[in-house]
Ligand binder design. Sequence first.
Ligand code: 5GP
Ligand code: ZN
Length: 111
Amino acid sequence: MDDCIFCKIINGEISSTKVYEDENFLVIKDINPVAPVHDLVLYKRHIRNLNELTNEHEDFSKIFEVIKKVAELEKISNGYRVVVNNGEEAGQEINHIHFHVIGGRKLGKIA
Ligand code: 5GP
Ligand code: ZN
C-alpha cells in the first residue's frame, strides 16, 4: 500500500534493523523500544489488523513459529510478551498488521 510506513520498510524504501525474514514475515527492531528487546513482526501482505484476516491469509498462522524463532534469536525464550494493538482504541498507530515481541527485562503487569 502506497502510504504505509511498514509496506515501505518491507520493500526497502525505509531502512530498518532486520532481526529475521522469511517469505511471509519481516521482523525488525522497534524504533522506540519499551524494553531491551522490542521487535515488530510485520506480515508482508498489507492488511490493517486482525479484523481483516480471512482464509486467504492461512500463511499468517505461521507467525507463531516466527515469534518462537525470534525469541530464540534474541535469547529471551524464558519470558517475553507478545502484544497486538488491534484497532484505534487499543492504541494501534500503524494500520498494517504487526505483533510486538517484548522482553529482556522483568515485565510488569499488563495494562
Ligand atoms: P502500534 O501502536 O501500531 O501497535 O505500534 C507501532 C510501533 O511501530 C510503535 O511501537 C513504534 O515505535 C513503531 N514504529 C513507528 N514507526 C517506525 C519506523 O519507522 N521504524 C520502526 N522500526 N518502528 C517504527
Ligand atoms: Zn502496509
